[in-house]
Design a protein around this ligand. Structure first.
Ligand code: SF4
Length: 541
């Protein structure tokens, strides 16, 4: 087994917790060892939920293993039913409890409680968090609706044309990326399209809401990772069409509105391309200046595919890497990669992803919280586009990803890291200037104010030496002064200048890259058409 610091997905019982924590009146009894209560922190600390998730743990300890652990399950189920009076109970096991084979779900069923009890069989050693969330939601929907399932082949009665179509929104969960804000945006988008929202689930739904799911005319699958299996079961069982396009980006929002109208039996919508500022911003001077920058995309399948489309088609970025940790939806991601001439990959090893990012030498990374760390280490700007997330990805303000406003948020979130990088480049260029160095007084205090008068310590008046990056195995080593010189090159061409210089050195058997080698490489590539980085040469001093 590989030990790791970070994971993109937790075990499947964390997915089940996400469904329970999203809903009202659902309680989850988890047969789990002491210590698994750490998962509470995902909700209260990372997502800043104002209450802990509705989960009761059996919290068995090592000394319990020789005794009656099944008795602990029965006790915990009885206690939870009496204390929380839920409308439905989920019962499952964490990885360790799975090994002791107490069959917690079957034990709970045998108690004959008066509420629906849903036993969860979540194989922790072969499946992960998103699968666990999808399976839990599907089992809960199925258990709630089974008494109302029509006979196979029963046609769905046509909608009364006097009433507006109704669509459920399925898939938003706690710990989903901006799910809370996306729901608000979806409501506005669908209202404008003439479609009313029926049930939103699991986020904010009750068991009574789940019973109403078949009343809607169709289902919007907002998060295929967590809702596709439930949507497909509702389509097969109740004849409800499924809208699969997730409206992230201007193009996808237009496609979503067209697909929604077709599924709802409405006329083709008049899609307003001026509804978002993103298209205008994309044509403005600021962003065309950034056109063609190399971008690396990694995340869950939905957000990775959407980000690739927005990057290529709406911002004119150059896609140099595309990957996902979503094994269940790998086919969709691979198809998106093929569309944009990139070989997409599937990996849940963040070190593998880091190596691929480094090899692709992008100028912007769009990823998860883990790629934020990776990009920071590599000195590349980054925007987070997908779960797993951290506390800074849960802003207090409205910050959706879907719809017209979502497209505005995306433009800001992606382009500003690049713009900030430019500012840093300017700061770097002028750091040693007599007027702008670290010890210079602010202009309103007088340009000639002595540094000492400002209390600036002598050490702070010297620009810190640039850190020397560890070389890749077998790659030429950068000397400290060459690395410092390289850092004077604007960040957006620096990776290319680094690669070209290393190639130049490797081809000549040079083991150490000095300032002289850097200049020789610069001269070489400046005089070699189509193979160098003239921009890099123009900025190097
Ligand atoms: S039982 Fe599973 S989730 Fe709990 S600590 Fe062990 S590996 Fe982690």
């Amino acid at each position: 087994m590989q030990l790791t610091l970070w994971t993109y997905e937790g075990p499947p019982h964390v997915g089940a917790m996400r469904v329970a924590a999203s809903m009202a009146g659902v309680h989850y009894v988890l047969h789990a060892p002491q210590g698994d209560t750490y998962a509470d922190l995902l909700f209260t600390m990372i997502e800043r939920a104002d209450h802990r998730p509705p989960v009761s743990y059996t919290t068995f300890q090592a000394r319990d293993l020789g005794g009656d652990t099944a008795g602990l399950v029965i006790e915990a189920v009885r206690d939870a039913a009496a204390r929380f009076a839920p409308d439905a109970l989920l019962v499952g096991e964490s990885c360790t409890a799975e090994l002791i084979q107490d069959q917690a779900g079957a034990l709970a069923k045998s108690l004959g409680l008066a509420i629906p009890v849903v036993p969860l069989e979540l194989p922790a050693y072969s499946k992960k968090e998103n699968w666990g969330a999808a399976e839990t939601f599907y089992q809960l929907v199925r258990a709630t609706l089974l008494p109302n399932v029509p006979a196979p082949g029963t046609p769905r009665p046509p909608r009364d044309p006097a009433r507006r179509p109704v669509a459920n929104v399925l898939g938003p969960t706690a710990l989903g990326f901006r799910a809370r804000d996306d729901v608000r945006e979806l409501r506005a988008l669908m209202a404008e399209a003439g479609v009313d929202v029926g049930v939103v689930a699991p986020l904010g739904a009750t068991v009574a809401d789940l019973r109403r799911l078949p009343e809607a005319d169709l289902n919007v699958c907002y998060a295929p990772e967590t809702a596709l299996s439930a949507c497909e079961w509702l389509r097969r069982t109740f004849g409800q069409p499924v809208v699969r396009t997730v409206p992230i980006g201007v193009g996808a929002t237009g496609d979503f509105l067209r697909e929604l109208a077709a599924a709802a039996g409405l006329d083709a919508p008049n899609v307003r391309h001026d509804a978002s500022r993103l298209p205008w911003y994309s044509r403005s001077a600021d962003s065309t200046y950034l056109t063609g920058k190399r971008v690396f995309v990694f995340g869950d399948a939905t957000h990775a595919c959407a980000a690739a489309r927005v990057a290529v088609e709406e911002l004119g970025l150059d896609l140099v890497g595309l990957g996902t940790y979503s094994r269940e939806l790998a086919r969709e991601v691979r198809a998106t990669g093929t569309k944009y001439d990139v070989e997409a990959f599937v990996s849940d090893d963040y070190l593998d992803v880091e190596a691929r990012v480094a090899a692709a030498a992008p100028e912007l990374v769009l990823g998860t919280q883990m790629e934020r760390h990776t990009a920071k280490r590599l000195g590349v700007p980054c925007a987070v586009i997908s779960a797993p997330l951290h506390v800074q990805d849960v802003p207090a303000r409205h910050s959706p990803q879907v719809g017209w406003e979502g497209a505005n948020v995306i433009f800001d979130a992606w382009v500003h890291p690049l713009m900030m990088g430019l500012e840093e480049h300017l700061l770097g260029m002028f750091r040693d200037d007599f007027e702008f160095h670290d010890g210079a007084a602010p202009s309103h205090l007088g340009a000639r104010a002595p540094v000492a008068a400002l209390g600036v310590p002598a050490a702070a008046q010297v620009a810190p030496a640039a850190a020397v990056a560890a070389p890749a195995p077998g790659a030429p080593r950068w000397q400290a002064d060459a690395e410092a010189e390289l850092r004077k090159i604007p960040f957006f061409v620096r990776p290319k200048a680094r690669r070209n210089t290393e190639r130049f050195a490797a081809e000549r058997g040079v083991a150490d890259i000095s300032v002289e080698v850097l200049y020789e490489a610069k001269a070489h590539f400046s005089s070699t058409p189509h193979s160098g980085t003239p921009q890099a040469g123009a900025h190097a001093r």
